[in-house]
Design a protein around this ligand. Structure first.
Ligand code: SF4
Length: 414
């Protein structure tokens, strides 16, 4: 059977040829989610989650990370994406969607990381920058603005809509922003030379492995599955670990940063802050429960009252739905697109469950994420005191690379 081509130089995905059954399930998965004319890979890694023989795996880099963890010449910093903490439990016999942030941080400390930071802080930073961009667009009656945090969506735009790249937000993704902060703000504050810091992004996403090859601020990207392998190979008893807290400075995230993990979350988070920037007052209660745009719907549109004006938004789940609706996306003020079903909670680097149960697992992860947001004291990125400190003491005075133009100077992976 025809199967999806995975080139040897693909930075996100590997195929173990001896395990491949040539059943074509990978191609069917890709066609149902992306359906690209020439079967080129967008690196989302959804085929990893349906491959019946386990022949498709993330491009593993965790062994290199383990080597650095034993090298005392370097300071090892790990940045953990929101969706990992609600999925790592699948590997160790927990209920679907269990929130295991404390044990995850503890495991990373046991593995030997010197600092454990939260990419939820990076998501808050992205919200601040992207909400500002949205506000500028609205003031100038300019549209559309497309989110840019999903690298598979950005790659789709680069390959198929090269002339529309200016619609993409210039914001780097949360991991890339946080990596830049570690190699500047954190390095300067602690007087550590940049080249002595190794940054490791722990993510649900295999696409980030390709994305981060463009940026010097992230040295390695490992997936939730790789974290589980590291824990097992180092004989750490995950269930017996006590809870541990993130390190300060880049370790505090708001509810808005946390909901980045779910489809619709980037939109909801950005609107909370954009409303505040436009009106100098907190958004009404409905901005904290935008249930109509949450979850795993293919395409949702809504009109949001931002007080100074009403805006039209769209939330799109899976590239195939962005493709089908592409012409009308330009009519919206703000559009979120995530490649994976349910958003990053369903990323290709998450633990593999039986195909029939995957939706159920994603729904449990999404439920947990929104419950935590609901119970957080800090629900907006601008209200995060570590974000306020970072802007006041560093970003406003120093050059930190938080933006990019998404233009491709080199040949794209096809
Ligand atoms: Fe990665 Fe999330 Fe995009 Fe999936 S939706 S490719 S996990 S950024």
């Amino acid at each position: 059977m025809e199967r999806i081509e995975i080139e040897k130089d693909n930075l996100s995905i590997d195929r173990i040829e001896e395990k491949c059954l040539h059943c074509g399930v990978c191609l069917k998965t890709c066609q149902s989610l992306n359906n690209l004319a020439n079967k080129d890979c967008l690196n989302c890694g959804q085929c990893l989650l349906t491959c019946p023989s386990g022949a498709l795996i993330p491009k593993f880099t965790y062994k290199q990370v383990l080597n650095y963890l034993h090298d005392t010449n370097y300071t090892l910093v790990v940045l953990t994406s929101p969706a990992v903490r609600v999925a790592i439990g699948d590997e160790f016999g927990y209920e679907a969607g269990e929130f295991l942030e404390g044990k995850m941080v503890s495991a990373l400390r046991n593995l030997g990381f010197d600092y454990v930071f939260d990419t939820t802080f990076g998501a808050d930073l992205t919200v601040m920058e992207e909400a500002y961009e949205l506000v500028e667009h609205l003031k100038q009656d300019k549209k559309p603005l497309f989110t840019s945090c999903c690298p598979s969506w950005v790659l789709y735009m680069q390959k198929y809509h090269e002339n529309d790249l200016n619609y993409l937000s210039t914001c780097k993704s949360p991991i890339a922003m946080l990596g830049a902060m570690v190699k500047t703000y954190f390095a300067d504050f602690n007087n550590i030379p940049q080249d002595k810091i190794i940054t490791v992004a722990l993510t649900p996403c295999v696409s980030k492995k390709s994305e981060m090859a463009k940026y010097r601020d992230i040295d390695f990207v490992i997936t939730t599955r790789e974290l589980a392998l590291m824990i097992r190979e180092c004989a750490i008893d995950f269930k017996a670990l006590p809870d541990s807290l993130f390190d300060k400075m880049l370790g505090l995230g708001s509810g808005a940063g946390l909901i980045f993990a779910s489809s619709g979350g980037v939109m909801e988070a950005a609107l909370r802050t954009a409303y505040y920037m436009l009106n100098k007052e907190k958004a009404p209660q409905e901005f904290y429960h935008l249930t109509s745009i949450r979850g795993e719907k293919d395409f949702v549109e809504a009109t949001i009252d931002m007080k100074i004006k009403k805006i039209k938004i769209a939330v799109v789940n899976k590239i195939i739905n962005a493709q089908t609706n592409y012409a009308k996306l330009k009519d919206y003020d703000f559009v979120e697109v995530m490649a994976c079903p349910g958003g990053c909670v369903g990323g290709g680097g998450q633990p593999v469950n039986t195909t029939s149960k995957q939706k159920e697992y994603r729904e449990e992860r999404i439920k947990t994420i929104y419950n935590i947001d609901n119970n957080k004291n800090i629900k907006e990125s601008f209200d995060n005191p570590e974000i306020q400190d970072a802007y006041r003491s560093y970003i406003s005075k120093n050059k930190v690379s938080l933006h990019t133009n998404h233009k491709c100077n080199s040949k794209l992976p096809m």
